[in-house]
Design a protein around this ligand. Structure first.
Ligand code: TRP
Length: 466
C-alpha cells in the first residue's frame, strides 16, 4: 500500500527523495499527461475558436505555436518537475537553491499552483454542463427541436443555480474521489479506463461525420488556409490556446513530471503527448464541422457551438440521441481526466509541505474549490451583476489565468530554464540525442518563447495593437 491516502506523492523531506512515488510505466505517464492535455480545450474550445477565426489559416498558426513554443516549453516543464522531485513550489525552490539563484524564482511554482487551482474553480462548472447534457441527450430532449428551443435549453441551464451547483459538485466529487486514492490506485486506474474510452468514442463520432455527406466541407474548412481571414487577434488566441491545451504553466505537467522515472526520455514523450493532443483537437473538429455544415449551421457561433449548435444537429440526425449521448460523455470524460491533473499539484503541495494526509488535503482543497465553484455558478445567474472591473467572478478567473498567469508562468519558466539554471542541468534531464537538438531547444527557450510571450503581453496591455 505505498500509494494509499497518506503516502502517495509524499517524500517527507525537503531533499529529493528516491522513495518518492513514481508512475508504474512510461505509458502510464503518457496516458496521464494526454488525459491532462485533452479536455474541454480540445473538444469545446478549439472547434469554436477555429470557427470564430475563419478555419484553416488559424489552424496552421495554432499548429505552428504548438510546434515552436508549446513543445519546447512542455519539455522544460516536465524536466523542471522531474529535477525538482517535489510539488511545483518546493521543486522550483530546490532548483533555484541548487543553481545559487535568488529565492524569487520560487514564484514560478507558486503561480503554477495558484493558476491550476483557479482554473479548476471554473473548469468543474463547465465540465458540469457536459455532464448535464449526457442525460439530456440520452432522454431525447433535442429530438425535432428547433434552434430557439435548444438555445433556451442552454440558457435555462445557465440560469439555474441549483442544477449548476449539483453538476459542479458531481464533477468535483468524482475528481476528489479519484485523486485521494493516490497515484496508482486512483489516477492511473481511472486514466487507463477513461483514455481508451475517449479515443474510441471520438473515432465513432468522426466515422459518423464521414457519412454525413458534408465531410469534405469540414475537411476543407479545417485545412484550407485562407490567410485573408486571419487577424492579429487570431495569432494571440492561437498562442494562448497552445498553452491552455497542453496544460502548461499551471502545475499539472510539472507535478506529473515529478513522478516520472529517470530513464524515460522527455523529448520523445513530449512529442507523443503533443501529437496526441493535436490529433484529438483536429479529430474533434472533423467530428463537429461536417455536422455543422450538413445542418446549415454557423461555424463561428462561439462558446455555444457544441452546447447549442451540435444538439440541433443531434436532434435532426438518425440515432441523434445515441450520438449526442456519446459526444457529451466524451466531453465529460475528457474534462474529468484534466480536472484530476489540476487538483494533483495542490494535493502534492499540501501533503509535502504541511504533511497532511491525502484525505485531509483533498477535503481541504475540495471545500475551497467547492466555494469557488459556487461563486462561478452564481456569477452566471443571480450574481451576474456583481462585477469587478466589469468582469464577473467567472470572467475574472478565466481572464487572470489565461491572459496573465499562464503566459507569465511560461515566460518565467523559459527564462529560468534557458538562462538561470546551469546548462548541464537541462542537458542531463532532457537527454536529447544530439547537441544540435539541444541547442535548438535552448535557443527557443532563450529567445523565441520569451519574445512571443512578451508580444502577447504588450498586446494585452494595449501597448501593441495587431
Ligand atoms: N489542457 C486542458 C484542456 O485542454 C485545460 C487546462 C489548462 C488544464 N490548464 C490545465 C488541465 C492544467 C489540467 C491542468 O482542456
Amino acid at each position: 500500500m505505498s500509494d494509499n491516502y497518506s503516502s502517495a506523492g509524499y517524500s517527507g523531506s525537503t531533499k529529493s527523495s528516491p522513495t518518492r512515488v513514481q508512475w508504474s510505466t512510461r505509458m502510464a505517464f503518457i496516458l496521464a499527461a494526454v488525459g491532462s492535455a485533452v479536455g474541454l480545450g480540445n473538444i469545446w474550445k478549439f472547434p469554436y475558436i477555429t470557427g470564430e477565426h475563419g478555419g484553416g489559416a488559424f489552424v496552421l498558426v495554432y499548429l505552428g505555436c504548438i510546434l515552436i513554443i508549446g513543445i519546447p516549453v512542455m519539455m522544460a516543464e516536465i524536466a523542471l518537475g522531474r529535477r525538482g522531485r517535489h510539488n511545483p513550489a518546493q521543486g522550483i525552490a530546490t532548483l533555484a537553491r541548487e543553481a545559487g539563484a535568488h529565492p524569487f524564482w520560487k514564484i514560478i511554482g507558486v503561480m503554477a499552483l495558484l493558476c491550476g487551482f483557479m482554473i479548476l474553480m471554473f473548469y468543474t462548472v463547465v465540465a458540469g454542463w457536459a455532464f448535464a447534457y449526457v442525460p439530456k441527450a440520452a432522454s431525447g430532449s433535442f429530438v425535432g427541436e428547433n434552434g430557439d428551443t435548444i438555445g433556451s435549453m442552454f440558457g435555462g441551464m445557465l440560469a439555474d443555480p441549483i442544477a449548476l451547483t449539483i453538476w459542479m459538485t458531481v464533477v468535483l466529487g468524482l475528481t476528489m474521489g479519484i485523486v485521494l486514492r493516490g497515484l496508482h490506485g486512483g489516477l492511473e486506474k481511472a486514466i487507463n479506463l477513461l483514455m481508451p474510452g475517449l479515443l474510441i468514442l471520438l473515432l465513432i463520432l468522426v466515422g459518423y461525420a464521414m457519412t454525413s455527406g458534408h465531410f469534405m466541407e469540414g475537411v476543407s474548412f479545417l485545412f484550407k488556409a485562407d490567410f485573408s481571414k486571419m487577424t492579429g487577434t487570431g495569432f494571440l488566441v492561437a498562442l494562448g490556446h497552445a498553452f491552455f491545451t497542453l496544460s502548461l504553466a499551471s502545475g499539472a505537467i510539472m507535478t506529473y513530471g515529478s513522478y516520472l522515472p529517470e530513464n524515460v526520455s522527455i523529448g520523445k514523450t513530449t512529442m507523443i503527448i503533443a501529437i496526441m493532443d493535436t490529433v484529438v483537437a483536429l479529430a474533434a473538429g472533423l467530428a463537429i464541422f461536417p455536422l455543422v455544415f450538413a445542418n446549415g449551421l454557423e461555424p463561428g457561433a462561439g462558446p455555444g457551438l457544441i452546447f447549442v449548435t451540435l444538439p440541433i444537429a443531434f436532434g435532426q440526425m438518425p440515432f441523434g440521441s445515441t450520438f449526442g449521448t456519446l459526444f457529451f460523455l466524451l466531453l465529460a470524460v475528457a474534462a474529468l481526466t484534466s480536472a484530476i491533473s489540476m487538483l494533483e499539484p495542490t494535493i502534492s503541495w499540501l501533503t509535502e509541505k504541511f504533511k497532511m494526509t491525502r484525505f485531509k488535503a483533498c477535503m481541504l482543497a475540495g471545500s475551497l474549490l467547492w466555494l469557488g465553484g459556487l461563486g462561478v455558478v452564481v456569477s452566471l445567474n443571480i450574481g451576474s451583476e456583481w462585477t469587478l472591473f466589469g468582469k464577473t467572478f467567472f470572467d475574472m478567473l478565466d481572464y487572470l489565468t489565461s491572459s496573465w498567469l499562464m503566459p507569465l508562468g511560461g515566460l518565467l519558466m523559459a527564462i529560468f530554464s534557458g538562462w538561470i539554471l546551469k546548462k548541464t542541468v537541462m542537458q542531463d534531464e532532457l537527454g536529447l540525442s544530439s547537441t544540435i537538438m539541444h541547442q535548438l531547444w535552448l535557443f527557443t527557450m532563450r529567445y523565441i518563447t520569451p519574445l512571443a510571450i512578451i508580444i502577447v503581453f504588450l498586446n494585452v496591455l494595449g501597448i501593441v495593437n495587431f
